[in-house]
Design a protein around this ligand. Sequence first.
Ligand code: NAD
Ligand code: TYD
Length: 336
Amino acid sequence: MRLLVTGGAGFIGSAFVRHVLGAGQADSVLVLDKLTYAGNMDNLAEAAADPRFQFLRGDIAEPADVEAAVNQAQPGAVVHFAAESHVDRSILSPEPVIRTNLNGTFTLLEAAKRHGIARFVHVSTDEVYGSIPEPHDADETYPLIASSPYSASKAGSDLLALSYFRTFGLNVSVTRASNNYGPFQFPEKLIPLMIANALEGKPLPVYGNGMQVRDWLFVEDHCRAILAVLRQGRAGEIYNIGGNRSLPNIEVVRRIIAATGCSPDLIRWVTDRPGHDVRYALTSAKLERETGWQPQVAFEDGLERTVAWYRTHRDWVDRVRSGEYRRFYDQNYGNR
Ligand code: NAD
Ligand code: TYD
């Protein structure tokens, strides 16, 4: 199969590219990526040596860029990761989030329809369900009650993708995964930010009371699930992907403190995030039933591997935390 992978220079997209090439699951992979602050060619260094791999720098919200990518890749399937993916940035600056996540997804769907592309996997998030009260777990029929500009833009793009199945018969599946963690994650999200700061003895900023709950999914488990949906998922269907591991944020931070050996005194209780979702919880029973997929990496092992990766990739962290990151960091944490 020839794949067009959008956002393949980011955290999950690059892991997916490594996974499909490593597993011999693609004849060719073309990554279309704008290389925003979150996109990084270092993440694709391993893939770049593979003759099946190609890269095109371009914006999914620009029809000409998408057209060029489709013409070059001649894809049998699109796997769509590209997004502005961070809640805090979507609060500080929603415009690029709306543009990429909504207009970009629209532009890709239009191209897929025009070119008759046989398969389209739209990669989304459990955040579209909003905060889930105890004791419920969201299945794929749970209402969309998105809280942030990020999650609302993902909910909108999910509905748009599904409408292209219902109205135009495009072979689309939507995946909704829980919080991912693992190597190559940009240090703006909870786990890599805490690890990077802990390794440097910097403060660990915990929002609010730290009791918000997230379900944690190791990135390689997520990539296997997306491949399963690409191969076996049904058109017009949504598939939740969870790690079966719910933890309050403060517990995650305590485990990072233990794994890095830093001082607990580094914890800083800071002002809560506006509109902060208290609890995410989902069931992936449908995916498990239809494809046999299950998460394989226990949180303890995944966290150990992730901490080890950040320890040995300080140069990667230094490079991605250049000027733009410092501006964001000051804006987000400066007056908290
Ligand atoms: P990321 O921020 O690490 O990477 C996003 C990539 O998209 C980057 O390479 C960036 O350069 C690229 N990109 C951004 N705007 C673009 C545009 N206009 N045109 C082309 N490329 C563009 O994100 P991630 O964490 O790897 O997330 C990937 C996908 O998975 C997103 O759709 C996100 O909503 C979804 N998701 C993420 C998580 C998570 O925990 N990180 C969980 C569930 C779902
Ligand atoms: P994050 O990684 O931004 O993912 P999301 O908001 O998409 O779930 O945050 C995960 C949780 O960690 C969320 O409840 C917010 C919290 N958090 C902090 O307490 N401090 C931080 O510095 C960050 C980035 C997140």
